[in-house]
Design a binder for this molecule. Structure first.
Ligand code: PBG
Length: 327
């Protein structure tokens, strides 16, 4: 028989051969681990919809950070849950707000750990929206001022990266100007440039207690049906001075990650969001999937799609697994 075909299996014949030709790798340095810090003492509440993710008061935060650091994770992303909410979300930009205090505490004990501060208002507003609300509408420009105040107070507390997520137009240029004016020219902005209005945020809103009390976020977050809109959003944020571009959520938007990677030169961050995490956890708890290989395949897929950095609640597990594999 004289058949002509390619022998692709030659390069798959042994673990060493497969390792030699492997195109993408997951590395501990790629990961950012999100944490939820709450005001109060002695609080370590597991989020019902997010097994093994906790709301932590500051006394519990430090041991958590010790663990994160010992696992080799180099960056964390902070979300704050205040005791009191109000119309304007003043807790977000209070110098002794929960994220500011958590940042100071972390930087005091682990100055080398990168603290990314999520810069938004929804956890702090009584109505749960990400900006100023008037007559049932979320106002763009008045929200910018509060967001700038939040970013500056986070930088003052020692945050290494500011990550604005409220999807108001102009937030990057406003925050950049505010940071520069306050002397924080060296603090980069990791913009949630491409953030879809997603049902996958459900469990996060339990964790952050940030569910909108009326309506939804569709006038500021993006329509999941749209692709070109992602280019427009990213172009604006790059022009305004963003240092990183986040695409969020992760798995259902890998095409968008690839688009952004191919068309922009900034580091691309993917947010593997709460609902993606919860689905895996639920299926694994039922014995329907094998958690470790599923998580590793998902995150590797994100790298392959073009993500340079992954924000994920799986980060601690992944750190352990990578260690076990000697990576
Ligand atoms: C908004 C914000 C959200 C998430 C992070 N920051 C979602 C929202 O619009 O409610 C979601 C993250 C996740 O689901 O893991 N400040």
């Amino acid at each position: 028989m004289n058949l002509s075909f390619n022998r692709h299996r030659r390069l798959r014949q042994s673990p060493a051969m497969r390792a030699l030709v492997r195109e993408n790798h997951l590395h501990i340095d790629d990961l950012i681990y999100p944490l939820f810090v709450v005001e109060g003492k002695n609080i370590r509440n597991e989020i019902t919809s997010m097994p093994n993710v906790f709301q932590l008061s500051l006394d519990y935060l430090l041991p958590e950070i010790e663990e994160v650091v010992s696992l080799g994770i180099k960056s964390v992303l902070l979300f704050g849950i205040p005791n009191e909410k109000d119309e304007c979300g003043t807790g977000a930009f209070h110098d002794h707000g929960i994220v500011q205090e958590a940042t100071r505490l972390i930087k005091k004990h682990h100055p080398e750990l990168i603290v990314v501060a999520d810069t938004c208002l929804c956890e702090y507003t009584s109505h749960g929206h990400c900006g100023v609300v008037e007559e049932g509408k979320v106002l763009n420009d008045p929200s910018l001022k509060l967001l700038v105040d939040t970013a500056v107070s986070q930088a003052r507390a020692g945050a290494d990266i500011i990550a604005p997520s409220n999807m108001m137009d102009g937030f990057v240029t406003a925050i950049r100007a505010g940071l520069d004016e306050a002397g924080f020219t060296e603090v980069p902005i990791m913009s949630y440039a491409v953030k879809y209005s997603s049902a996958f945020y459900g469990p996060f809103r339990d964790a952050a207690e940030s569910t909108p009390q009326f309506g939804d976020r569709k006038t500021y977050q993006m329509d999941p049906a749209n692709r070109l809109e992602a280019f427009r959003e990213a172009e604006s944020d790059v022009a305004e001075g963003a240092d990183f571009i986040i695409v969020k959520p992760g798995m259902p938007y890998l095409d968008i990650v690839r688009d952004i990677k191919n068309n922009f030169t900034l580091p691309v961050v993917i947010y593997n969001v709460s609902g993606e995490y919860s689905m895996v956890k639920a299926a694994a708890a039922n014995g329907w999937i094998d958690e470790k290989p599923v998580v590793m395949e998902m995150l590797l897929g994100m790298k392959r799609a073009g993500a340079d950095i992954i924000i994920t609640y799986h980060a601690k597990d992944v750190a352990r697994w990578l260690k076990e594999e000697g990576k």
